[in-house]
Design a protein around this ligand. Structure first.
Ligand SMILES: NC(=O)c1ccc[n+]([C@@H]2O[C@H](COP(=O)([O-])OP(=O)(O)OC[C@H]3O[C@@H](n4cnc5c(N)ncnc54)[C@H](OP(=O)(O)O)[C@@H]3O)[C@@H](O)[C@H]2O)c1
Length: 270
């Protein structure tokens, strides 16, 4: 290598390293489960992680992460609260966000391992008042988050919006029952995940001209804390499922916009 070439290459590596390190992800519902694992893995990569949560006080999980990685920034944002979203939107005005990760969701009102805990989402005993909470959290929330932060995404290098959906939002496949039961469960969760997918397809078309890529994921069956002691066959560890999604996100281009993906990047049936 000539004396001239070497410093040029070192400079190029330094620029590339700086660009990678400057990347930013904003994650909703990042204090536990899949959201927390995304925060951990992006933080370990040296990214700036805007880790949002809806708690009244800072969750210990995020405090620990921020103590380990100074580029983790903890912010409060309940995605069903328009005022809280607006406050964070104003605070982050002008901050590029490479990946806007809509992860937060209302799945159920009771722990999964509580046998009669979800009658409010079963046909025959549906709680219609509860549907509002599901719509505000799972559909209006992500849409409002995108409306609020889309300028930040447009200003970034990656320009990517991800929604963590679910196989439960698929309308073409028979409802998949983790316990093997043929009786459909989680009506409100399933219906609002289908609506989330619909809203993200609209956004993909809306934002394509700006070079913004919008995708949905079924993350796979992931063993998270909120499942309690329940051991459902086939569930995988968060490290594995989220690692796969991050590698898939790394390879996305605008041509992928509007796709509903499995964690390995293959298509999920609508
Ligand atoms: N785990 C799976 O096997 C699986 C499968 C398919 C899809 N998913 C999807 O993956 C995502 C994460 O789920 P998870 O399994 O990690 O569940 P989880 O452990 O229950 O985590 C859900 C997260 O969302 C937060 N959240 C709920 N409502 C919110 C609101 N209004 N504003 C802000 N944050 C809110 C929760 O906060 P709190 O801690 O305060 O409640 C929590 O941090 C969800 O979109 C879920 O539908 C998961």
């Amino acid at each position: 290598m000539t004396m001239l070439l070497r410093p040029l290459l070192l400079f190029a590596f330094a620029i590339a390293g700086h660009a990678a390190a400057a990347e930013t992800v904003l994650i909703t519902g990042s204090n536990q489960g899949i959201g927390l694992e995304f925060a951990k893995q992006y933080a370990a990569r040296g990214w700036t992680v805007i880790a949002t949560h809806r708690r009244d006080t800072t969750p210990a999980t995020l405090a620990e992460l921020a103590a380990r990685y100074p580029k983790v920034r903890i912010e409060r944002m309940d995605v069903s609260d328009a005022a809280q979203i607006a406050v964070l939107g104003a605070k982050l005005k002008g901050t590029p966000i490479d990946i806007l990760l809509n992860n937060a969701a209302l799945v159920r009102t009771d722990p999964l391992d509580q046998p009669n805990g979800n009658t409010n989402q079963l046909f025959g005993t549906l709680d219609y008042d509860l549907l509002d909470d599901f719509v505000h959290t799972n559909v209006a929330g992500p849409l409002r988050v995108v409306e609020t932060f889309v300028a930040n995404v447009r200003a970034s290098q990656r320009k990517t919006i991800v929604a963590i959906s679910s196989a439960a939002g698929s309308v073409s496949a028979p409802p998949f029952m983790p316990n093997g039961s043929p009786i459909p469960d989680h009506y409100w969760y399933r219906i609002t995940k289908a609506a989330l997918n619909s809203s993200m397809v609209l956004l993909a078309a809306q934002l394509r001209g700006d070079g913004v890529t919008v995708v949905m994921f079924h993350p796979g069956g992931v063993q998270v804390e909120s499942f309690g002691a329940l051991a459902i066959p086939g569930l995988v560890a968060p490290e594995e499922a989220i690692g796969k999604m991050i590698r898939t996100i790394d390879g996305l281009t605008i041509e992928d916009s509007g796709r509903f993906l499995q964690n390995d990047g293959t298509d999920h049936p609508w």
